[in-house]
Design a protein around this ligand. Structure first.
Ligand SMILES: NC(=O)c1ccc[n+]([C@@H]2O[C@H](COP(=O)([O-])OP(=O)(O)OC[C@H]3O[C@@H](n4cnc5c(N)ncnc54)[C@H](OP(=O)(O)O)[C@@H]3O)[C@@H](O)[C@H]2O)c1
Length: 326
């Protein structure tokens, strides 16, 4: 089978597609024919050796897939060959076939295609966990989403609206903000051309935002914290801008603001029941048409490294996917 291979940590351009033997599932594993594999920001960091997880070399990147079960290990009871599934894999997704641990596999919801299935779990689970479990977002509160047209950003807009908040989307271009409006943002801020703090204050009548969802970091975090209301909450999701900001803590003291870290992956181990409940909520919202993963582009396996470069270069709207078996 063909797979994208990272032979050494380094530039994305050094990734290669190769023929490698099909993997065999262990007792608690499934072998899945990959129909779609989503591209996520950590894929770009991982192949460059810049992510907190460094898989042993060589490895195939790709953390979330949707596809059809080809074979199951001896101890796998709830899935069989032919089932349509979604799986979180951490690595291995950009390949014609991929192994997944049974406890990280779920059925593809009825009515969902493989592209949307691959694009659902990581981003939407992160945003639901962040906004509900960490940020305690309440109806009628104001939520500001930074990097709002990116993968986690779009999901935060949709979930924020589903939870009854007023959502202000902030991004770097009018083109990206147009997509944010389309998925439900009430207001927008173009932080390339407008002052982020002033614009949030203007849009909230001087009160400030109740919750800021921040997957970007860099120069955007501090002005967003300064625009948080009394007892406002900053949700720290990631640092796509490449720089981890340092925030003066008097900004927290002065308005009893909270700076809250969000680590969805580990939260599922600490609270597996909560994670299952969140997955069920997402299924219900999908069935009701409340959330719809935005897949803006798809790539064949031969162009997977171009897809990874695109996310590293700030060029993706919503999610993009690789279709290894097309
Ligand atoms: N904490 C968690 O549990 C968790 C879970 C999932 C993801 N994450 C993290 O969340 C972050 C975003 O992930 P994502 O999949 O949404 O990525 P994404 O689709 O690439 O979105 C990130 C956004 O960041 C903005 N950005 C600003 N400066 C950038 C730069 N120099 N390079 C790239 N993007 C830049 C871009 O929006 P503008 O151009 O509009 O500024 C981009 O749309 C990543 O750091 C990821 O590791 C964390």
């Amino acid at each position: 089978m063909k797979a994208l291979i990272c032979e050494a940590y380094g530039p994305i351009d050094t990734l290669v597609v190769k023929d490698i033997p099909s993997p065999l599932p262990g007792p608690k594993q499934l072998l899945i024919e990959v129909r779609a594999a989503a591209v996520n920001f950590p894929d770009a960091l991982m192949v460059q050796g810049l992510y907190q997880v460094k898989p042993p070399l060589p490895f195939t990147p790709g953390a979330e897939i949707a596809g059809v079960v080809k074979a199951v290990g001896a101890e796998v009871k709830h899935f069989k060959a032919g089932d349509r599934v979604i799986a979180l894999t951490s690595t291995g997704g950009f390949a014609e076939e991929c192994l997944a641990e049974a406890h990280r596999v779920m059925p593809l919801p009825a009515g969902m295609d493989f592209e949307a299935g691959a694009a659902l779990v990581l981003t939407y689970c992160t945003s639901l966990h962040a906004l509900k479990d960490c940020g305690h977002l309440k109806p009628n509160e104001t939520l500001v989403v930074l990097g709002a047209a990116g993968g986690v950003g779009i999901s935060a807009i949709e979930i924020g609206k589903a939870m009854g908040a007023r959502v202000i989307a902030a991004a770097s271009s009018d083109d990206k903000l147009e997509l944010c409006k389309k998925v439900g943002a009430d207001e927008t801020v173009n932080y390339s051309t407008e002052n982020l703090k002033d614009r949030i204050n203007e849009l909230t009548g001087g009160k400030g935002a109740d919750v800021v969802y921040d997957p970007v970091g860099g120069p955007y975090t501090e002005p967003a914290v300064r625009a948080l209301a009394w007892r406002g909450r900053l949700l720290i999701i990631g640092f796509a801008a490449g720089e981890i900001p340092k925030i003066p803590l008097n900004l927290a003291l002065l308005k009893e603001r909270s700076l809250i870290g969000v680590y969805w992956g580990d939260s599922t181990k600490h609270d597996p029941a909560g994670h299952l409940a969140n997955l069920q909520q997402l299924n219900d919202w999908f069935a009701a048409g409340v959330i719809r993963p935005v897949v803006s582009e798809s790539f064949p396996l031969a162009a997977a490294k171009e897809a990874i470069a695109k996310i590293a270069n700030r060029q993706v709207k919503g999610k993009i996917v690789v279709l290894p078996n097309n």
